[in-house]
Design a binder for this molecule. Structure first.
Ligand code: SF4
Ligand code: SF4
Length: 137
């Protein structure tokens, strides 16, 4: 698969751009409804995609070898589905032909999250929405 084919698999949901917190003493990983400061909340796209790794050191660059090692990736993520041998949802832009279909289906973070720029670091815990289910993926 070429780099551009790999990139085109992303459905643009931006769920992976939400801040996650690690609990103390192996309590697990907790998902918040707070988005990375570089995410455009309307388009659900990274505003500095080419520089993301430098600007946000914990921004993970996905590749075929690490997807299955990231339990916090949403179950709807196309890369996760692919690594689990599952089919894409019919709202995936590659199936629907419409980049807006991921938002229309309610699968993206649009209108559901706030930006990190609006939340103090010590208030992030108040934004936990669920504990990440860790399973073999
Ligand atoms: S969760 Fe997966 S499909 Fe959604 S934006 Fe992230 S990489 Fe793309
Ligand atoms: S740097 Fe960009 S791609 Fe990485 S988490 Fe932030 S918004 Fe998402």
């Amino acid at each position: 698969m070429s780099r551009s084919e790999w990139e085109s698999l992303c459905d643009g949901c931006a769920q992976c751009c939400l801040i996650k917190l690690e609990g103390d003493d192996g309590e697990g990983i907790f998902q918040t409804d707070v988005a990375c400061r570089l995410l455009d909340l309307e388009s659900c796209r990274c505003t500095r995609y080419q520089e993301r790794s430098r600007l946000v050191p914990n921004c993970v660059t996905l590749h075929p070898g690490n997807v299955s090692q990231l339990p916090w990736m949403p179950k709807t993520c196309a890369y996760r589905l692919l690594s689990e041998g599952k089919e894409l949802f019919d709202w995936h832009p590659l199936i629907s032909g419409d980049p807006e279909s991921v938002h229309a289906a309610g699968a993206s973070v649009r209108d559901a999250v706030i930006s990190e720029t609006e939340v103090a670091a010590d208030e992030l815990e108040d934004h936990i929405i669920y504990k990440v289910e860790v399973e073999e993926v």
